[in-house]
Design a protein around this ligand. Sequence first.
Ligand SMILES: *Cc1c(COP(=O)(O)O)cnc(C)c1O
Length: 383
Amino acid sequence: MHSNSVIELNRSAYQNNLQFIKNTFGDKVIFSSVVKGNAYGHGIAQFVLMAFQCGVNHFSVFDVQEAKEIKKTLQDQVTILVMGLVQDDEMEWVIQNNIEFFVFDKNRLSQAVKIAKKLALKAVIHIEVETGMNRTGFDINEVNEVIAIVKKQINQLNFKGLCTHYAGAESISNHDRVSNQIKNFEGIYQQFCQNDLIPEIRHTACSAASIMFPETRMDLIRVGIIQYGLWPSPEVFITYLHSQKNIIDPLQRVISWKSKIMSIKAVHTGDFIGYGTSFMAKRMTKIATVPIGYSHGYSRSLSNQGRVLIHGQRCVVIGSVNMNMMTVDVTDIDLAKQNDEVVLIGIQKELSITVASFSDFSDQLNYELLTRISTAIPRKIIE
Ligand SMILES: *Cc1c(COP(=O)(O)O)cnc(C)c1O
């Protein structure tokens, strides 16, 4: 197990975010915590345990591997919804374990029917329809056939949900496209109703849609990024602020990432630092080596740009980020010595390194940056 750094999950920050979600969306909407991508890098096992202890009982994942992770941690105490891939040889486990899943094509639908029949059980399905994202989902011209199949096989199928996903609700530039999707979804829902096939619930909203288009909330919201204390985009944050009296960010970052100084050395004026010639010391420079590199998910594009905190001061990454190490400039921190704490994401004294601040430098999305943090780093829940 990697011991060069640690990821901390802050329980009270998470509770704060849950309270925000409850206040904003009310009690009638089911909150499904989206934990794909190793819970957005937070560590799925530790994260779902913490969430469950805070009262969350519905989780959405991408694939069956992730569903199994949750099952291992929380057994039958929660609902698990697979939004993406169920491979043919996983279908049996899925139905046996009452895992709910998206059905977005006829192969998946007939596979569900076949295995449910074999097991003499019902598959709990959410029918995903294409409304304009053009990723997965039944086309409008397939809907009548789907309705016929589901009605015919109703002994094998529990038609739990009707759903879709929006193509970029976090950006105003997609406003028309998303508005059309909302209309298309309503039309398809009516088509089901006219054929006397009514889903138990309807759901379409991710974090951004739930804020930007309140009508998308329906019966359940699939919320990822907001629960971790981050906004899907600056536009969503600004839209939210405009609806409020106070200009304060109601969310709190759950994740922190900390390491320690591995070694310290002095570099002479005019010397290059690290591989190649990307950084030349313009003065007598004191550098600290930190045992974190791109193999741990600290992006190489943060070379000569990233910031970390040491002794409550912001220090710049100098030279290129290596596979397992990087060097930071600590010339102005007399106290800096081996084993001192280095904050890569999080707070130290008065300063903070946000996930967004490091994604601005590296031009990556919050989402991408978080999910690239190595699964090998231990995750710890703190109060
Ligand atoms: C990832 C995902 C979500 C959650 O998105 P956030 O922007 O993190 O809230 C919701 N629905 C689907 C289908 C997803 O893939």
